[in-house]
Design a binder for this molecule. Structure first.
Ligand code: AMP
Length: 116
């Protein structure tokens, strides 16, 4: 297994506020939240970036999205809405090289995609 900070969290070597876990996915609160709700969904298989996920493993990404939607429903903000984001490499702002999906919610979110 690779050794990013998220792998250390999965191995319980460093603490995190884990809100969901199953055999495929772990989810925990982002340490620097960008919205009232900011949870990271991380697969338990190693892919550094979205570029590294082959078509045959598309289910890995699907599980992250459906886990996020289930969490939104369970927490009661699915109807109000939320945003999911995956950053890829430098221009996408990726800083941890184990794929993960950001779930942002809890307030109307600003627009996105502005350079800089
Ligand atoms: P990205 O920039 O898409 O790679 O996202 C990485 C995210 O991980 C950032 O939003 C960080 O705030 C978050 N992060 C970094 N270290 C930790 C940690 N120890 N626990 C929770 N979130 C973290």
């Amino acid at each position: 297994m690779s050794d990013t900070i998220f792998h250390k969290i999965m191995r319980r070597e460093i603490p995190a506020d884990v809100v969901y876990e199953d055999e495929n996915v772990i989810a925990f609160r982002d340490i620097a939240p960008q919205a009232p709700v900011h949870v990271l969904f991380v697969p338990k298989v190693d892919f550094a970036t979205l570029n590294d996920v082959p078509e045959d493993d598309a289910v890995v990404i699907g599980r992250l999205a459906t886990a996020a939607a289930r969490y939104a429903k369970k927490e009661g903000f699915a109807e109000n809405g939320y945003r999911i984001v995956m950053n890829c490499n430098a221009d996408g702002g990726q800083t941890v090289f184990q794929i993960h999906l950001h779930l942002l919610a809890g307030a109307p979110l600003g627009r996105f995609g502005t350079p800089g």
